[in-house]
Ligand binder design. Structure first.
Ligand code: KDG
Length: 360
């Protein structure tokens, strides 16, 4: 190689290295590689060039789920409105780890975004347990109003003390029971069923109260656990049951709607603090815009996909008001038990607000 060509090649290589070091989330390839550790100083920007950032967003659900569709909406907005200064890379199906691992990665600054159900967040702030109390929200709309109001915001704000930025509540939805053993119409039918739950004390408690044998497990292990008979069943909203192909390994769905499960769109605080204010605004706006679209798609899919469960050969059981009441009564002791653990005053404040929002 001629000397002049060699100089050009060398300076190109050093420019590429410089720009890789200057990204907040440094991975410019789709590989889920760790970010630059927080303590490393970003290299100085070449004059006149604006700093670029990569957001790696990982979730447990697959790319058919409304949660992933929400991330696609956010990606489109954020990349456009940042004029290409932010790139969002999306990872589904626990490619970057399970909910708890991804939250820890955010806290360490080695991943930028994740979107768990609220249940695993209780390991960080136990006030989030409020959303695990059975039969709390009468409708999705009341849930959204509470979450998007002051009470929901207060919980999101508290996360910044734990290295996380709570950007918005998205929607997982009402959780329903599936199993491969028998049709469940009453708590008595639950006797002895091995049910996978999320890693959360409240869920364990109320499944015990129903007579089942609950096992906490990360979401990524669930399908195999059902397939191999490690568990008889699980509980998740309709889009998850249908889109994660649970009818292949489960025969019965009971529409219990025992918990309304929100998602929380989380960002690493280490990454957030590196973002210039104008890009923080773009991310915040993108999270809210995508939230509204994600909820809309989720509700549409929930209705449409119930029929798919039947078409796929499942017995889908709707409970009568009396049958549902038997489940509600059986799980009341769980609500009382965890009231004191979460904080009696706080729980009463939330219950009062739900009453108000329900127009009661
Ligand atoms: O992407 C979110 C999932 O990882 C998880 O939160 C789904 O509700 C869920 C479960 O049952 O673990």
């Amino acid at each position: 190689m001629k000397k002049s060509k060699l100089i050009v090649a060398l300076s190109l290589v050093s420019m590429m290295l410089l720009s890789a070091c200057s990204t907040g989330g440094t991975a410019t390839t789709p590989d889920p590689e760790p970010n630059t550790p927080a303590e490393e100083e970003p290299a100085e920007e070449p004059a006149g060039e604006e700093e670029k950032f990569v957001i790696r967003a990982g979730i447990g659900l697959n790319d058919q789920h409304p949660q992933f569709k929400g991330l696609e909406v956010m990606k489109e907005y954020v990349e456009k409105e940042s004029n290409g200064r932010i790139e969002m890379q999306l990872f589904h199906s626990s490619q970057l780890g399970d909910d708890i691992q991804m939250m820890e990665a955010l806290q360490m600054g080695s991943q930028e975004v994740t979107c768990p159900s609220t249940a695993p967040i209780t390991s960080i702030d136990n006030r989030f347990m409020i959303f695990d109390l059975p039969f709390l929200f009468p409708t999705e709309e009341v849930a959204s109003d509470l979450l998007d109001g002051d009470l929901g915001q207060e919980l999101l704000d508290g996360l910044s003390d734990h290295g996380l930025i709570g950007l918005a509540y998205w929607e997982n939805g009402y959780r329903h029971l599936t199993n491969s053993v028998r049709e469940v119409k009453s708590p008595a039918d639950m006797e002895g069923l091995k049910i996978r739950t999320m890693e959360n004390e409240v869920h364990l408690d109320f499944f015990r109260a129903l007579g089942a044998n609950p096992t906490p497990m990360p979401f990524g292990e669930l399908f195999t656990a059902m397939q191999t008979g490690v568990v008889d069943g699980q509980e998740n909203p309709v889009p998850t049951i249908a889109l994660q192909n649970y009818p292949e390994v489960q025969d019965y769905t009971t529409l219990t709607g025992h918990v309304y499960s929100p998602f929380v769109l989380l960002m690493s605080k280490i990454f957030w603090d590196k973002l210039p204010a104008e890009l923080q605004t773009v991310v915040e706006d993108g999270a809210i815009l995508a939230r509204d679209e994600q909820r809309r798609i989720n509700r549409e899919y929930t209705e449409e996909l119930k029929g798919d469960l039947v078409d796929a050969g499942m017995t889908v059981t709707e409970l009568t008001t009396e049958e549902l009441k038997a489940f509600q009564d059986a799980t009341k002791p769980t609500v009382e038990k965890f009231k004191s653990q979460i904080g009696e005053d706080y729980v009463n404040q939330v219950l009062e607000e739900i009453e108000n929002l329900s127009g009661n």
